[in-house]
Every structure is written in C-alpha cells, then in structure tokens.
Design a protein around this ligand. Structure first.
Ligand code: C2E
Ligand code: MG
Ligand code: MG
Ligand code: MG
Length: 292
C-alpha cells in the first residue's frame, strides 16, 4: 500500500482494493456462466427428531460445482449473489429444484410420510414483490403440499421492514408454507414483534449450540427453547457436533436438530441412502414404527 498525504489528511491506499473489485467482478461473471451451465446444485442436510433420531426433513443448501470439480461453499458466493442480484435467478433455481427433489423422493422412499424441505431465503429474495406468487408457482408445478415447504429467513430481514414482512409472511402462511427464523439469537429481534409474526419454527444458531459447555450459552439455549414452546413454535438446534450437545438439547425438550454428528450436508444419492436406512423396506422395525 502507498501513503498519500494531502490537505492535512493521511490516506492509506490499499492497492489490493482494485484487485478485490476485480475479483468480485470475476466472481459475478463466473457465477453468471455457472448458472447457464447448471453448475449450481443442491446438497441436503437431514433434520432429525432429537428424541427418536428419525429424519423429519432436510435443509436444502446450495453448492457451486465448478467445471474442475471444485465444490464452492455458499459462504463464498451468496454475498456476491445477493449484491449483484444474481440471487434472484439462483434462488428461483434452488426453490424449483428443492420442490422437484422432494416430489421425486415422495414417489419412492418417502411415500405417505410427513417430511419437509427447508429452503433459505436471503433478504433480497424475501423482499421481491412477487415472492408469494413464485412460491405458489413452484408448489403447483410439482403438485407439492404447501405444508411440506419451510422457508428460512433471518431475524434482521423481519426487523428491517416489519410491516411489509408481516404482509408477506401472512401471504405465505395462508398458503400453508412453514416459516422458520434462521440463526436465531444472532440478530436483534424485538420479542414483542417476534410473537406477532406468523412463524412456526425457531432455529437456534450454531454458536450457542457449539458453546453449550459454557453455562451462559446453556442458559440461552434453554431460554430459546422455552420461549419458542411458549409461543407455540418448534425449535431446531443447528450445528450439533457432539453427543453431549445432543443429550443436553434432547433433555431441554428441543424438538429437532441438525449437525455433523448426525449427518453432514450430502448429495441426493447419499441422502436417499440415509432415508432408505430409516424408511426403506430393509429398515429395522424399531426405526420404521415411527412412520406418519
Ligand atoms: P444456514 O442456513 O444457517 O445453514 C446451516 C449451515 O451450517 C450450513 O452451511 C451447514 O453446512 C452448516 N452446518 C450444519 N451442521 C453443522 C455442524 O455441525 N457444524 C458446522 N461447523 N457447520 C454445520 P453451508 O451449507 O455452508 O451454508 C452456509 C449459509 O449459506 C447458510 O446458513 C445459508 O445462510 C446460506 N445458504 C445456503 N444455501 C442457500 C440458498 O440456497 N439460498 C440462500 N439464500 N442462502 C443459502
Ligand atoms: Mg438455514
Ligand atoms: Mg441457520
Ligand atoms: Mg447459520
């Protein structure tokens, strides 16, 4: 970097800023190409019942599979997609593919079972004026039950424009779509607002779960579970990595959970393997009794 002094001020030029801007532009161009080439695929992480360890649904998590086989994490491209607006076509692709996938599984292993598909929505996706219409279209195209779809949004999306968020959530709830608050506890929710929104699930952020050996985090998790239950919501714990965390959460009455301990996000064929173990014809009876 170079230091340029003038007008009594000292400014530090960071030459890598230009490099960074170029990289963002490269990323955008490459994402655009990747979208055209079908390089964005879905992974699925099972969400399971903490009491029975039976999978109840999955969260769809997008991945970018580059031509060279590299799998790029959403943390690296979702922010750029959000900024450039590419999140709109990407999000539409994710929603459509998630609905198609669940419908495929329903024709096989998951026939007549209750099982949900959770899909993440970013701020820009959520604020689209025709979001509700898009969701209706996606459900109709697959003839999918609205109750099988859960949309995940963060607290900050709700709190930024509470009035318009309220209208949108009502529209989605009227369809029967589930609404989960993602990464709960990391934003700045007003609890009085929160209870007025028509939501049905709180997802406790991984940071509280992974820090559960600490008294403070344990108290937070316990409070979120009881808050959620008192408001009539389900609770999903994110990022369960140890049996100690699993036992603790189950003991607190947390309903559902996801994490590397049980299963990492996986591609469709691996997921079908896991579902087959639980629900397939060769599944042990004690796992199968739990069908709905
Ligand atoms: P998220 O919605 O909170 O998703 C959970 C993230 O936690 C996933 O990261 C998942 O792989 C990770 N995770 C789950 N269990 C564990 C665990 O036990 N330990 C650890 N260390 N991590 C765990 P992923 O797939 O990298 O996604 C990151 C974020 O990117 C997501 O956070 C979500 O905000 C966003 N994202 C992913 N897919 C989409 C999408 O299709 N659309 C939008 N708008 N955002 C997405
Ligand atoms: Mg999520
Ligand atoms: Mg989350
Ligand atoms: Mg998260």
């Amino acid at each position: 970097s170079a230091r340029v002094a003038g007008c009594g001020r000292v400014r530090v030029f960071d030459w890598s800023m230009r490099e960074r801007a170029e990289r963002v532009m490269d990323l955008e161009t490459n994402m655009r190409l990747g979208l055209e080439r079908g390089e964005f695929i879905l992974y699925y992480q099972p969400i399971f019942d903490l009491a029975t360890l039976v999978p109840r649904g999955v969260e769809a998590l997008v991945r970018w599979r580059r031509a060279d086989g590299e799998l790029v994490s959403p943390a690296e491209f979702i922010p750029a997609a959000e900024q450039s607006g590419l999140i709109i076509p990407l999000g539409a692709l994710v929603l459509a593919e998630a609905c198609r996938a669940l419908t495929r599984w329903r024709a096989g292993t998951l026939a007549d079972r209750s099982f949900f598909m959770a899909v993440n929505l970013s701020a820009r996706q959520f604020t689209q004026p025709d979001l509700v219409k898009q969701v209706i279209t996606a459900l109709r195209r697959e003839n999918m039950a609205a109750g099988d779809l859960k949309l995940e949004i963060t607290e900050s999306i709700l709190m930024e424009h509470p009035e318009s968020a309220m209208l949108k959530l009502r529209g989605l709830r009227e369809l029967g779509v589930g609404i989960g608050i993602d990464d709960f506890g990391t934003g700045y929710s007003s609890l009085s607002y929160l209870q007025r929104f028509p939501i049905d699930t709180l997802k406790v952020d991984r940071s509280f779960v992974s820090g559960m050996e600490e008294q403070g985090n344990r108290v937070i998790v316990r409070s979120v579970v009881s808050l959620a239950h008192n408001l009539g919501y389900d609770v999903v714990a994110e990022g369960i990595e140890t049996t100690a965390q699993l036992d603790e959460l189950a003991g607190l009455g947390c309903d559902l959970g996801q994490g590397f301990l049980y299963a990492r996000p996986m591609d469709e064929s691996a997921l079908l393997g896991l579902l087959g173990q639980h629900f397939g014809p060769d599944a042990p009876q004690h796992l199968k009794t739990d069908c709905v």
